[in-house]
Design a binder for this molecule. Structure first.
Ligand SMILES: C[S@@+](CC[C@H](N)C(=O)[O-])C[C@H]1O[C@@H](n2cnc3c(N)ncnc32)[C@H](O)[C@@H]1O
Length: 276
């Protein structure tokens, strides 16, 4: 396993309160896509599932619902602060067959292997996604499955007709990501990364959110993400000090989209799964 990936890569989003709340807004939007991925990867009641990089726990809780009380889900994350939120949420939701552990994927060990190992938005944050996949694969049972939900950040998320305020937010988000996430193109290299990790070629699908002004959640998600990434943009010297009017930005961009009768296409969500 590569030493590079065992080192704690500085995680661009951090684990502030704003980030933990952003993860939950994001999870509401992404849930239907992740759920389709888990079904295609063969999730069933009674399975033993491991969720890598659980964050606030949304993917692990979705898996816990799908495997039911006869199954078992373990979520791991190397950050203890975010796991205390995940634990409290799982407890409130009454999941007895779900637990979270502070661990990095590279060093995690358990008594038994898993039917299904999953992860959402984790590969883009690795310094060595291939080493990460190898570390994940050793935790899967023979004939078990692995499934990852990532996203494509390379291409602009267009608004048509063009809304300059939206295009500015999109450009800033992609600049922050591309400068901070070591493998921000991991979503486009899933076949390559799986192959270099010695895994069978994955099955893939891609879904893209397309929206107008009706649903405010998308604008809240984009602006919350920008807010959490502001320190990175400040480090790059792209944004100086305070970002003017970020408190009202979600409302302003949504109003501009409404006025222009614009249609916005968001970052494609790329999902891959394979059997080991
Ligand atoms: C963008 S968040 C995604 C959270 C969750 N999967 C979701 O979709 O809501 C990525 C999480 O992965 C964790 N993480 C990243 N690399 C990891 C590693 N190698 N081992 C364990 N946790 C990791 C980070 O601490 C962070 O909480």
């Amino acid at each position: 396993m590569s030493e590079a990936n065992q080192r704690e890569v500085s995680y661009v989003f951090g684990h502030s309160e704003a980030e933990i709340s952003r993860l939950q807004t994001q999870a509401t939007i992404l849930r239907p896509i992740t759920e389709r991925l888990l079904h295609r990867a063969g999730i069933r009641p009674g399975m033993r599932v491991l969720d890598l990089g659980s964050g606030a726990g949304d993917v692990a809780m979705l898996a816990a619902q799908l495997v039911g009380p006869s199954g078992c889900v373990i979520g791991i994350d190397r950050n203890s602060q975010v796991l205390s939120i995940a634990n409290a949420r799982a407890e409130r939701a009454g999941f007895k067959h779900l637990s979270f552990h502070e661990a990095s994927v590279e060093t995690f060990v358990d008594d038994a292997r898993f039917d299904l190992v999953i992860g959402r938005y984790v590969l883009i944050h690795q310094s060595d996604p291939v080493a990460f996949l190898r570390a994940a694969a050793r935790l899967v049972k023979p004939r078990g499955s692995m499934a990852f939900h990532e996203l494509r950040l390379r291409d602009a998320c267009r608004s048509v007709p063009n809304v300059p305020l939206w295009e500015m937010i999109d450009r800033l988000l992609r600049l922050a990501f591309s400068s901070a996430a070591p493998h921000y193109d991991a979503g486009d290299r899933l076949v390559e990364h799986f192959s270099h990790a010695g895994l069978p070629e994955p099955n893939l699908f891609c879904e893209t959110h397309v929206f107008g002004a009706a649903d405010a959640t998308y604008y809240a998600w984009a602006v919350d993400t920008l807010r959490v990434l502001l320190p990175q943009l400040q480090r790059l010297g792209i944004v100086a000090g305070e970002f003017m009017g970020i408190e009202t930005l979600a409302t302003r961009v949504r109003d501009a989209v409404r006025q222009a009768h614009s249609q916005v296409t968001f970052a494609p969500q790329i999902c891959a799964w394979t059997r080991t």
